[in-house]
Write a protein that binds this ligand. Structure first.
Ligand SMILES: C[S@@+](CC[C@H](N)C(=O)[O-])C[C@H]1O[C@@H](n2cnc3c(N)ncnc32)[C@H](O)[C@@H]1O
Length: 187
């Protein structure tokens, strides 16, 4: 998708939250926290044009799977037309429905969930609910990896990660426009 098309979607849909896709350096930094050398199931919230999706498909094993959940219909259509890979399953849905989506594949748990959806725009109950449901489907020692804009407040996300995961690390990452706050929550 061209930059102009992406920006047009951004103007129409506040849930997109970032005016540019994540930088390749940002993608590599987040993905370095996963072990992609083994068979894995990864859920991706908010893939948009697929900067993370494409990186994952290039690096996962042939028997691994990526389940992408995207709220914006234009991005869902774009991914379905442009990313042809049988390991990718794209859902036009909300992250809130992760449990049913994962179960629809006959799975109880997944290895990793990656997310760029804007927690600061959600109401308090939804934020906690998404973190709680996500923790429910991640296997022991699996991870919930999140990238948010750098001004993210602790009450938007970190407090909930600390409640539902055994460990929640965070860091600032400057090599992105805008800079990011990254979280690594370990089950
Ligand atoms: C900041 S963009 C991230 C896009 C892309 N992954 C990247 O790194 O450039 C956030 C994306 O999350 C999607 N989104 C927002 N809320 C969502 C929700 N509740 N469930 C699934 N996707 C959501 C938006 O439509 C948008 O595509």
């Amino acid at each position: 998708m061209s930059t102009i098309e992406y920006v047009k979607n951004f103007i129409k849909d506040p849930n997109i939250a970032s005016i540019t896709p994540t930088s390749q350096r940002g993608v590599r930094e987040v993905c370095s926290k996963m072990d992609l050398s083994k068979k894995v199931v990864i859920v991706e919230y908010g893939p948009a044009t697929g900067v993370f999706t494409n990186y994952l498909l290039e690096h996962i094993t042939p028997d691994s799977m990526v389940i992408a959940i995207e709220l914006n219909e234009n991005f869902v259509d774009y991914l379905k037309k442009n990313v042809k890979d049988s390991r990718l399953k794209v859902h036009h849905d909300s992250a809130e429905n992760i449990i049913d989506i994962v179960r629809s594949y006959g799975l109880k748990k997944v290895d990793y969930v990656i997310s760029g959806i804007p927690f600061s725009l959600m109401d308090e109950d939804t934020r906690e609910d998404v973190v709680k449901r996500t923790s429910h489907v991640i296997r022991k020692d699996g991870k919930f990896l999140l990238y948010q804009t750098f001004f993210q407040k602790d009450e938007h996300l970190k407090v909930h990660l600390e409640d539902y995961f055994s460990k929640a690390n965070d860091q600032y990452f400057m090599r992105n426009i805008p800079p990011l706050r990254l979280y690594e929550a370990i089950k």
